[in-house]
Design a protein around this ligand. Structure first.
Ligand code: NI
Length: 136
């Protein structure tokens, strides 16, 4: 089994605000991230696939096609968007990096060619904080 990682990038706005809580409780838990007028992040996304190399090419799969899958099913939905308002697959979820990583996994999981599996979604919200999701 080999693991292949494609690195992608997107920027997006969001806020962390739980509508079931009071403004004070949101402020206490989320601090500046609850700012009503949004804030942005430069997200770095590492998508790791796994499988066996093809005996004819030596490749797990054509990386251009994998990159295209990520672009179509993830990046085009997220890049330069407001995650809370513009992204159907984040609707009614808290827009944390944790939930975003899980949603990205779910966006890609059903789209992969035969012989290629998802191994990990690693998502940096800042250079110093990232989330990893392995599918469960
Ligand atoms: Ni934030």
């Amino acid at each position: 089994m080999v693991y292949l990682t494609r690195v992608e990038h997107f920027n997006a706005a969001h806020k962390l605000y739980n509508p079931r809580w009071s403004p004070e409780q949101n402020e206490a838990v989320f601090g500046k991230c609850a700012n009503a007028n949004w804030h942005g992040h430069n997200y770095e996304l590492y998508v790791t696939f796994k499988g066996e190399p093809d005996p004819d090419t030596g490749f797990l799969y054509d990386v251009k096609k994998l990159s295209e899958l990520i672009r179509i099913h993830v990046i085009e939905h997220l890049d330069h968007r407001n995650l809370n308002m513009d992204v159907p697959f984040m609707k009614d979820k808290m827009c944390s990096t944790e939930n975003l990583a899980i949603a990205i996994w779910n966006q890609l999981e059903g789209q992969l060619p035969a012989g290629v599996q998802l191994h990990c979604i690693k998502l940096y919200e800042t250079p110093r904080i990232y989330v990893e999701y392995f599918g469960r």
